[in-house]
Design a protein around this ligand. Structure first.
Ligand code: AMP
Ligand code: ZN
Length: 111
């Protein structure tokens, strides 16, 4: 499948990998929106987090747990998780992912 994030998982496209397990890969976003901006993705392809959650509750939970663990490892005391599902919500890569953002103050409501 011609998917950018599948290629990052299998190493055919380079990325700055923060953590990789049997289930997930975490890497720095190429266009960071905060001092810390890491993407946590499943190693297997799902189109978005909605589809992944419906198919594999355990994996979606594990992704959240990894996001929290990475935030803790980085010493972030305040951080935001963002999940864009669908183009009008801002999804541009159609392989499920969680954005982990930290290191600055965030506004609410989001744009
Ligand atoms: P979204 O807009 O929620 O689908 O998020 C996709 C994210 O992937 C964006 O924040 C992009 O900056 C990021 N991105 C796109 N290409 C790459 C890449 N080659 N390496 C790392 N991050 C990427
Ligand atoms: Zn993929």
């Amino acid at each position: 499948m011609d998917c950018l994030f599948c290629k990052i998982v299998n190493g055919s496209i380079p990325a700055t990998i923060v953590k990789q397990t049997e289930k997930i890969t975490a890497f720095n976003d190429i266009s960071p929106q905060a001092p810390t901006h890491i993407l946590i993705i499943p190693n297997i392809h799902f189109e978005n987090m909605g589809k992944l959650s419906e198919a594999d509750e355990k994996l979606s939970g594990e992704m959240l747990r990894e996001a929290s663990a990475i935030a803790k490892d980085l010493g972030l005391d305040s951080w935001r998780i963002n999940i864009n599902t669908g183009a009008s919500a801002g999804q541009s890569v159609f392989h499920a992912h969680i954005h982990l953002l930290g290191g600055r103050t965030f506004a609410w409501p989001p744009g």
